[in-house]
Each structure stands twice: as C-alpha cells, then as structure tokens.
Write a protein that binds this ligand. Structure first.
Ligand code: AVI
Length: 332
C-alpha cells in the first residue's frame, strides 16, 4: 500500500502536507505522526520487503486465501452478472492477479480500475497486468482514495456489477471513525448489488497468539524498524531536520484495549531536534515516544459491525486454516 506523495520542500510560508503534519503531530502531546509519512520511494521499498519477511504472515496468508478461493469469491460477487473490478490503494497490484485470473475464467474481458497516489506504482501495475492478462483493460487513477473517490462512477451498463477490492489489511491503519467514514463515502458511490472485498487481519485469540503479532511488527532482520525510522529520515531530508536515527528505538506493542498493534519511536535520551524548514525545536525526554502507526486487528464480528456502520452487509467470508486472516465480501 502507498498513501503518500513525496512532498517537495516548500518555504515555511507555504507548508507542504508533510510540514503541516510534522507541525501538528510533533507539537502535540503525546507526539504522533501519521503513517502515510512512511511511504516515500524508500519506505514503499521497505514495505514491499516487509511483505516477504517470514514473520509478516499477513500478505502470504491473504494470498493463500485468494489462491484457494478466488473462483468462489468472484462467482459470489458476480451472481448472474459481469464484474468490473476497482482496487483502492492498488500499489503495484501484486496480489490482484489471482482475482483477475478468476474473473477472466468467468468472462472474456474485464475492466480493472486501479487507484493509488503513486503514478509509478500504477504504471508498474498496468505493465504487469496487461502483459500477464491481455483480456484485462487496465484503467489507472492517481488519487488519494481517502479523500477522493470520484474515479468510481455509476455504470451505464446494468448487466455489470462492481467489486471494490480493499485488501492487504489497509483498513486496519485507520481509526474506527475514519474507517467508517471511508466505507460510507465508498458506499455512496456504489449501487445495490455491488460489493466490497475487504482483507482484514484477525486479533489474537483462537489460533493466533500475541507473540506472533509482535514478531510480525518487530522482525529479526529489523526491516520494520527501518520502515518506522523512515518517517524521521524523510523529515530530515525534506524539512531539513536533524533527527539522530540511533537515538530513536523502534517499538511494536499490542494494545488489547483497542485491539491494535502500535508502532512507536522511542527517544533513548534527553535531546532537542531541530526542524529547520519549520523553524521548530522539539524537546524529547528519555523514553518519550512518537506514535507512528496503528494496525487494528479484527474478529469476524467486529469486521461485520464496521462494515454495517459503513452501509455494507457481509454476505460471505473466507479464512485460512489457522484463522489468522479474513477476506470479507459485503454487499452495498
Ligand atoms: C500497510 N499496512 C497494512 C501494514 C500493516 O500491517 O499495518 C503496514 C505495516 N506496518 C508495519 N508493518 C507493516
């Protein structure tokens, strides 16, 4: 997933989105930064690497569910109609191939509309998909789907239903109110009979222990730590700051009260950091953290509830043998 543009350095009088976020988040108590800061070119590369780590089970578990159930998922969403696929935060669309293949087994041609903020990721998706699946017409839209869903337009042809893919546990990076808002805005753009396919990571409980989750967000080769620190690397580069990367420790913690994994960067000593482009001096006490990401984990019940709040009804779901991850089909 990528949610962010590489923001240019702008003069302090016209703060960039990055500048505004750093000002808001790092002058707040407790200090926070939005997770979209991770995803410049380096952060997107690090995230791709995370998805292949032995500890990060999410991507491979969701892919295994698609490998086993793609035909059934597509058949259920289609009913007796044709399907058009839309993907929110498509990135390079690496997992989408399994679903497109299943769609092509049902109908000779498929329209696939990919939305993402990264033009380069979308071009890569277009090249890969058109070479692998000549029957797929790829449309790309450079857009931040959290703000702009205008690419999702009513269909002229009532024989076609839309299936919106929102996979990869991306919904987990939104607080419940923001997740509901996004689902409601999406629901308004869809018609009865259209569906969303939502990939959600399951909370610890039957089958998954907390240690498994902690390892997934604090891997032995420290790729996730580098991904987390990339927010500071980016602020150093784009806002002329002087964060000492060795003085911020990567922390992954399970918050049972909110059913979420949290990532923080913890200051290892008393220090002052300057963000020159914003004329800002930030004081950190030892042990003080910057909260950089939430990754909510769900039960089948809590996902059904969230989707219902967003105006959708879960009709089918699929999981893996260990029930670590769920794929939910919900109708508009
Ligand atoms: C993109 N998103 C679903 C990932 C997650 O698991 O919340 C981002 C991530 N953060 C740490 N590792 C991966």
């Amino acid at each position: 997933m990528s949610l962010a543009h590489a923001a240019p350095v702008l003069p302090a009088a016209a703060p960039s989105a990055l500048g505004a976020e750093v000002l808001r988040g790092l002058t707040a108590t407790p200090k926070t930064l939005s997770p979209w800061l991770f995803y410049d070119a380096r952060g997107s590369e690090l995230f791709e690497k995370i998805t292949t780590l032995p500890e990060y089970y999410l991507t491979r578990t969701e892919r295994a569910i698609f490998r086993e159930h793609a035909s059934e998922i597509l058949a259920t969403a289609a009913g007796d109609r044709r399907l058009a696929l839309i993907e929110l935060g498509a990135g390079t669309a690496t997992k989408t191939g399994l679903l497109l293949k299943a769609a092509l087994e049902r109908q000779q041609s498929v329209t696939y509309c990919a939305l993402d903020v990264s033009p380069s990721a979308l071009e890569e998706a277009r090249t890969t998909i058109t070479s692998q699946f000549p029957g797929v017409t790829v449309e790309t839209r450079v857009a931040d789907y959290t703000e702009n869903l205008s690419a999702i337009q009513p269909l002229k042809n009532s024989a076609t239903r839309r299936l919106v893919l929102y996979i990869g546990s991306s919904i987990g990076n939104f607080d419940p109110a923001d997740a509901t808002g996004l689902l409601r805005r999406l629901r308004q753009r869809l018609a009865p009979g259209d569906h969303i396919l939502l990939g959600a990571d399951h909370a610890p409980g039957t089958g998954k222990d907390t240690a498994t989750l902690l390892r997934a967000y604090d891997d032995a080769s420290s790729v996730t730590a580098a991904f987390n620190r990339n927010a500071l690397v980016r602020i150093n580069r784009e806002l002329d700051a002087n964060f000492d990367l060795h003085a911020f420790r990567h922390i992954a913690r399970w918050n049972p009260q909110h059913s979420r994994m949290e990532m923080h960067l913890e200051s290892t000593r008393r220090q002052t950091v300057s963000v020159a482009a914003l004329g800002l001096n930030l004081n950190f006490s030892p042990g003080e953290t910057i909260h950089t990401e939430n990754s909510y984990k769900f039960t089948p019940g809590s996902i059904a509830h969230l989707l219902a709040d967003g105006g959708f009804t879960v009709t089918h779901s699929w999981t893996d043998a260990r029930r670590w991850f769920g794929v939910y089909l919900a109708s508009a």
